[in-house]
Design a protein around this ligand. Sequence first.
Ligand code: SAH
Length: 394
Amino acid sequence: MNYCRINLKPKKEESLLRFHPWVFSGAIQSIEGEPEEGELVEVYGQGNRFLGVGHYQIGSIAVRILSFQPRTIDAAFWEERIRVAFELRKALGLAGVPDNDTFRLIHGEGDGLPGLVVDVYAHTAVMQAHAVGMHVARQQIADALKVVMSDELKNIYYKSEATLPFKANLDNEDGYLYGGEAEDIATENGLKFYVDWLKGQKTGFFVDQRENRSLLEKYSKNRSVLNMFCYTGGFSFYAMRGGANVVHSVDSSAKAIALTNRNVELNFPGDARHEAFAEDAFKYLERMGSNYDLIILDPPAFAKHKNVLRNALQGYRKLNAIAFEKIKPGGIIFTFSCSQVVSKENFRLAVFSAAAQSGRNVRILHQMTQPADHPVNIYHPEGEYLKGLVLYVE
Ligand code: SAH
């Protein structure tokens, strides 16, 4: 190891001693050497105490720790971490099974790799760096992915243009690091879908709703379903398989609607139960009637930062209030928030006040979260972001 060294101010080492993987810039007393963005550094506390080795970056989070033990971050390191993650996905029954080839392989801090996300779609891994260090190490990571997954992996697409902070002049074009002749159909719980990692949102699909979609399937029989914020239509094809009478998918993005229609065709060709609308959520909710008895509300993150929290909570309240007002008696609402800064309690409060406003009797049937391939590192509770409620409305 021959890394630059960062010394922390007195008392600033506590979070690292509790294995929280971030060092904030305000905690740094001195930097020995001149590390570049994304370079590996060692972090020390008082009395020359080694605290960890990680990626350096200019910004509020100055170091993301990769190891709390002194070690060289080399090919063996990446292979080891990725292998642990892959074995976990196999143990969860998500990888190497016939009816599912879609899963999150690496969930950042939750898999001991802060700033890295890897989603797998059939034989393609889509890799996203949220930290400069992961960008710098991308080829090494891709090589390790290939070693660990061997023949199961044919393509690695790197997609970080939108996720990296840009102060450093990084040469960060999106593109294939491996392969490139990618088929674009993946399978989730036996349902097929096209994934557009080139132009789609995030890595191309929202892998995190898999279990919540499965739960929805069980409630869909003979219901009229509204899938609001449908994106690629995930919830819609589960509702159809579950025996829904009618399924309407709505998203403001015309591209998302086109993809939803293709996905429905892929699974239920010519099925007239489904119809999709490219329209703003609030406009649609205002003009729709009261015919739905199963409504999904899965909006984009209303709050990306703490200072817009109040507006976000208003947004959730307003959105849910219309659903409570219009859903048929005996109806069921699946409502979500994927904003990390909105706590479970705050989200609940927003939904409760929407329910109260409608004056209807509402019961919680299920409380949902992210699935096990999006694990939360117990020392990094910030990794928990998805929350949802299944509500029964009289
Ligand atoms: N439920 C989806 C994921 C939703 S992501 C799934 O299971 O995959 C959020 C979606 O909301 C995006 O597709 C985005 O295009 C859409 N969206 C954002 N603002 C919107 C608005 N005002 N009205 C309708 N859709 C909107």
